[in-house]
Design a protein around this ligand. Sequence first.
Ligand code: ADP
Ligand code: MG
Length: 244
Amino acid sequence: MIQLQQVERHFLLGEQSVAALAQIDLQIHAGEYVAVMGPSGSGKSTLLNVLGLLDRPDSGHYLLDGIDTAGLSEPALAELRSRSIGFVFQSFHLIPRLSARENIELPLTLAGIAPALRRQRVDELLAQLGICNRAAHKPAELSGGQRQRVAIGRAIAMSPRLLLADEPTGNLDSHSGEEVIKLLERLNREQGITLVVVTHDPRLGARASRQIRMADGIIVSDNQTAATGGTESIESPSLAGPTA
Ligand code: ADP
Ligand code: MG
């Protein structure tokens, strides 16, 4: 599903160019559950932004389902992002003046989905996320865990196949954090959504079926347990697709 080939991303720090990503080669298969770990500044967010088509590599190739995204125009990228990719951030990024329901509905409205269908889909999501009784509340009236649920609802409203979460539990207490992670895992397990989670928390990272560790813009280790597929796994020629 995802293929990065020699991907580089540099940022200017004063006069100096810093490689946030240095010659990254990475393959992620449909249905995988991957944790990305590593110290602050190691390039985790940059990697996720590139995977989420929020940022473009300076060089190298990002193939999404075999399509080289480097060749796509901005509108084509936006379309692909809207249809295929959901993004969850540490600080929720909800729109303060909109209710929970309206926040979740936004991507559907932007995609031109008819109002009746939108209402139905949002009802379904609110129920799935366990926040039906919070639908009319604004973000400021919700707990951190509830805000992140709304953000997840918005991220999956368009039924993306890829869900990227950048420290989704970073602003939550450990109990709400665990609830949020379980919710993400359920989406991976039951709907086969490919899940990539950046986390600082080794316990959360250990729950994924594959751990990628970064340092200074490179992948320093990438291990997969037998549970999930991946043809690049040397230990096990295992099944592709979601974990059972
Ligand atoms: P992480 O998420 O692992 O903490 P980042 O991907 O945010 O790391 O950052 C990796 C490196 O790239 C850091 O040195 C950071 O300062 C730099 N960097 C990231 N984004 C930008 C940016 N927009 N402008 C300048 N430097 C950046
Ligand atoms: Mg980061």
